[in-house]
Design a protein around this ligand. Structure first.
Ligand code: IMP
Length: 192
């Protein structure tokens, strides 16, 4: 099944290809499909934003379209950055901003989670929405070179996500868990 990813984020494209292609999906990014739009993320939830992004592509090309919306929720910051994760500070300064906002916060209170909502729109317009999460803590400094975004400050056990290989991260990540939920939902409907 051919599937357009409603994103140009290189980290996400790489991760989705790795997760979905071994399962028989032929994955194309929106850039590779020649679609150069960026829908405004006006939703209040990850799931609303995933739908907005998928629908914008689906309206142009009525094929299978998959969009996700994801972000980091930090308990000690009342859930920030949440749906504003991509806009929380200039690129390159987002991890530092979270670390400075958490100065003086104990390890016990540094609980956080990545959330990922996936929206799949089918050629007939049916919408399938699923969610995945990854529970962890915010560390005290940036560690690791892999991954992207907030990975260097997000501890899963004693490693940050940026210290994991792609396979390790995919096996525990919010996106990996959301994809597992998506595949289970597709199997339920006899589409896989
Ligand atoms: P969006 O889902 O494209 O709106 O992006 C949400 C933002 O959350 C990204 O720009 C990243 O800053 C952050 N984010 C989402 N997933 C991850 C991840 O797996 N690791 C690190 N940061 C992430």
């Amino acid at each position: 099944m051919e599937l357009i990813l409603a994103t140009n984020n290189k980290g996400k494209v790489r991760e989705y290809k790795e997760i979905l292609e071994p399962l028989g999906f032929c994955v194309t990014s929106q850039g590779e499909a020649g679609i150069n739009i960026e829908a405004e993320e006006t939703g209040k939830t990850f799931s609303e934003n995933a739908y907005i992004k998928a629908k914008a592509i689906y309206d142009i090309k009525k094929t299978y379209v998959l969009a996700d919306d994801s972000g980091l929720v930090v308990d000690a910051l009342d859930g920030r950055p949440g749906v504003y994760s991509a806009r929380y500070a200039e690129p390159g300064k987002r991890c530092d901003k979270i670390l400075s906002e958490l100065e003086g916060v104990s390890f016990e209170k540094r609980t956080a989670r990545f959330l990922c909502s996936i929206c799949l729109i089918k050629p007939n317009g049916d919408v399938l929405s699923v969610e995945g999460r990854c529970e962890g803590r915010i560390g005290y400094d940036k560690k690791g070179e892999n991954g992207f975004g907030y990975d260097p400050i997000f501890l899963f056990g004693d490693k940050t996500l940026a210290e994991m290989t792609d396979d390790e991260k995919n096996s525990v990540s919010h996106r990996g868990n959301a994809v597992k939920a998506l595949i289970a939902a597709l199997k339920d409907k006899g589409e896989e």
